[in-house]
Design a protein around this ligand. Structure first.
Ligand SMILES: [Cu+2]
Length: 367
């Protein structure tokens, strides 16, 4: 029997004589940062989806209780100070110099700022593995869940105590639009029981699985377009692949690679020599690998073509057949675009990948 259960029994026994206990023992409720571990397969395997959400999205506790934020996927938790806003995930760094393509020609983005994850997100002293108290005076934030010290180790949760009643919204800085809330009742109030919480969590999983099931069958893709990832209208559930997976066009066709409206993700559509998964030292491999590092390779973040222009892709483009949409999203104010267009100028088979999620692949067959 745990200390808590013993305490609860004592309190229940006391209640018979004294009426409801005025102050139950401080409890801790868990919020998964991403789909609960036991449900992840249900999203991934049949539907190719993942869900960009906190589980449960709403947690109700009493003042003095804690929330354990469990980093089960690539998300962070950012609880801004009272009246404050979430942080931007990216920070601008020193201007890019001498970034050249495989033919030796300078890329258009030389002179523009480099990008890195914001300092607070990189700071390993933040959040994960800590027990903290949220008073509203100061931001509480967990760092990026990359276990750089121990890449295969389990990440420690962040436990946050909420001593003051109120409704607190928190965010994932890595997926602008992903948020949850902690409702803190006055001290001594009775929050939902463990059984009620379990039911509510199961309800959330069921309802998002329903979205996952219908997602790609109900998708309508405009002509000469590939969606890079596909999110439903609500955006939380996303199909992690190119849609359609293969597109056949005539030479000279301009194809649009687009984020789907409502997506909370960041993706690229990129083609070029090599493959991150089978050859991390290859041209594409090196660029994709930089998304695991604090400082991004500008060839991955920036579109390969100046904004508003359309490249004319052949196997010799940029010296080696490279073309990149750049990092795209629909929500943040940091990334420049949510779609990119390229004209296919020679017959052949062009393989595309997402540099951020290298399992996402699409093929354009040009006739
Ligand atoms: Cu992606």
């Amino acid at each position: 029997m745990s200390r808590c259960q013993r305490y609860a029994m004592t309190a229940a026994a006391a209640a018979v004589v004294l009426g409801p206990p005025s102050a139950a023992h401080a409890a801790t409720k868990t919020v998964y940062m991403g789909a609960p571990p036991k449900d992840q397969k249900a999203f991934n395997q049949p539907y190719g989806t993942d869900v960009v959400d906190f589980f449960p999205g709403k947690v109700v506790i009493a003042a003095g209780d804690s929330v354990k934020f469990d980093p089960v996927a690539f998300h962070n938790v950012d609880i801004p100070p009272k009246g404050g806003e979430m942080l931007a995930q990216l920070a601008q760094g020193a201007p890019i110099t001498s970034s050249v393509d495989a033919a030796g020609a300078p890329f258009w983005f030389n002179g523009l700022p480099s990008f890195a994850f914001a300092a607070d997100l990189q700071n390993q002293a933040n959040g994960l593995g800590k027990r903290l108290t949220y008073t509203g005076a100061k931001r509480i934030i967990s760092h990026i869940p990359l276990n750089t010290a121990n890449p295969f180790g389990v990440l420690e949760p962040m436990v946050v105590k909420f001593p003051k009643a109120g409704l607190y919204t928190y965010y994932c800085d890595l997926h602008p639009g992903m948020k949850g809330s902690v409702s803190v009742l006055r001290k001594g109030a009775t929050p939902p029981s463990a059984a009620q919480d379990k039911k509510a969590l199961a309800r959330q999983v069921r309802s998002e699985l329903k979205v996952a099931k219908r997602l790609t069958p109900s998708a309508k893709v405009p002509p000469d377009t590939m969606y890079v990832g596909y999110a439903g209208a609500k955006g939380k559930v996303e199909y992690f692949n190119f849609l359609p997976n293969s597109l056949t066009v005539k030479s000279g066709t301009t194809v649009t690679f687009a984020m789907s409206p409502g997506s909370l993700e960041t993706h690229t559509a990129t083609t070029g020599p090599g493959d991150y998964l089978t050859d991390p030292a290859s041209y594409i491999g090196v660029i994709a690998d930089s998304f695991n590092l604090p400082q991004f390779d500008p060839r991955g973040v920036y579109p390969s073509e100046p904004l508003g222009t359309t490249g004319r892709l052949t196997s010799a483009y940029h010296g080696n057949g490279f073309w990149n949409s750049g990092a795209m999203d629909t929500q943040s104010k940091t990334l420049p675009q949510s779609s990119a267009r390229v004209t296919f100028d020679a017959p052949g088979t062009y393989r595309f990948v997402c540099l951020v999620h290298p399992v996402m692949r699409g093929t354009v067959i040009v006739q």
